[in-house]
Design a protein around this ligand. Structure first.
Ligand code: UD1
Length: 332
């Protein structure tokens, strides 16, 4: 099966390309390098021992999307490409709506034209919004999103539902990721945020390597196990494997799956585990809560286990060790 992976050089995309190649899928990569480096391609090739065709195209250009489909006999698309910085999306909503929505619509229109009907969408737990629950189950439906980035994910999910309602020959899988962290165990690929990171694990990495002085923990007065926020951290390699399972096992039709560990881990627990596993001290201070943060949420990951035979295999210790291994190998 020939799979087009958009955003295939990004954090989750690159790990997914590796797992697809390991399972003998033929992979074509499209990535405009907006938030990824071309050298990731060589690293993926080194890990897998395979070569990949890369289209450095902006998928907002429908002509370019068509060209990819004309050149290759594509059977399925995994769509990662998109802008993903929550804070930036609040400041530049139009940029987020135009890029994320146009790209998705272009791909779907071209798929329709070329009669390709298998689509996997990279969505997020953020679509559940602040719904009053801590454990998110797929049957809850979408809540009110809190930023334009999250709203683009919810809007694309809705577009996919409408598309499927109009034509049941589509096979659409929506994967809602919880908090993807970690890196490939080879230390060759991992997360490369631009500038000062906003997300927790990349920030811990910068403190561990001495590039930033201390971690700010946003609040220790939440109603959680130790007062700090609780999230469902998922190792990116487990997440990547979830995509392979979705391609292989998702039933026909439109299906939605949470991809998470099913367990909540607090910010302090993550910091403590990182210190213990890597024998490094993380300087931190407790500061005010960050606007828009929820106290606690994690996945109910039962559906992916029952229907796809997928569950996370890696531990929080693996996450901390692999993240640091990548950071050490890629010190600049
Ligand atoms: C956010 C996005 C989510 C996105 C994810 C990427 C929302 C509401 N959330 O999740 O859609 O998929 O990033 O992984 O859109 N924290 C600190 N100090 C820091 C950074 C974070 O204490 O310097 C805390 C936060 O308060 C939170 C936890 O760590 O409790 C996780 O934060 P973060 O990594 O930014 O992810 P989310 O906000 O959960």
């Amino acid at each position: 099966m020939k799979v087009l992976v958009t955003g295939g050089l990004g954090f989750i995309g690159s790990h997914t390309v590796v797992e697809l190649a390991k399972s003998n899928f033929e992979v074509i990569i499209a990535d405009n390098l907006y938030n990824a480096k071309e050298e990731v391609l060589e690293k993926i090739e080194k890990i897998t021992g395979k070569k990949f065709k890369l289209y450095k195209y902006d998928l907002c250009d429908k002509e370019k999307v068509e060209e990819i489909f004309r050149d290759n006999n594509i059977d399925a698309v995994i769509h990662f490409a998109g802008y993903k910085a929550v804070g930036e999306s609040v400041k530049k909503p139009l940029m987020y709506y135009s890029n994320n929505l146009i790209t998705a619509i272009n791909i779907l229109e071209v798929m329709e034209k070329f009669n390709v009907r298998k689509f996997i969408f990279s969505s997020s737990a953020t679509v559940y919004g602040d719904n009053g629950h801590t454990k998110y189950v797929e049957s809850m439906g979408r809540g009110k999103t809190t930023n334009p980035y999250g709203t683009t994910k919810a809007m694309i999910e809705k577009i996919l539902e409408d598309l499927y309602a109009s034509d049941n020959s589509w096979n659409i899988t929506i994967l809602r990721y919880f908090n993807p962290v970690g890196a490939h165990e080879s230390g060759l690929i991992g997360e490369e945020p631009n500038g000062i990171p906003n997300n927790l694990m990349p920030y811990i990495m910068k403190v561990a390597s001495g590039k930033l002085e201390k971690l700010n923990i946003f609040g220790n007065d939440y109603p959680t196990v130790d007062g700090t926020g609780v999230r469902d951290f998922i190792h990116v390699v487990d997440l990547a494997k979830g995509h392979v399972k979705a391609l292989e096992k998702a039933p026909n039709g439109l299906n939605i799956y949470n991809l998470g560990s099913g367990k909540g881990v607090s910010v302090l627990e993550l910091v403590n585990t990182f210190e213990k596993v890597n024998n490094i001290k993380i300087n931190y201070q407790i500061v005010e809560r960050r606007a828009g943060d929820l106290a606690e949420y994690y996945s109910d990951a039962t559906k992916a286990y029952v229907e796809l035979g997928w569950k996370t295999e890696k531990t929080v210790e693996d996450i901390c060790r692999d993240s640091w291994n990548y950071e050490k190998n890629n010190k600049k």
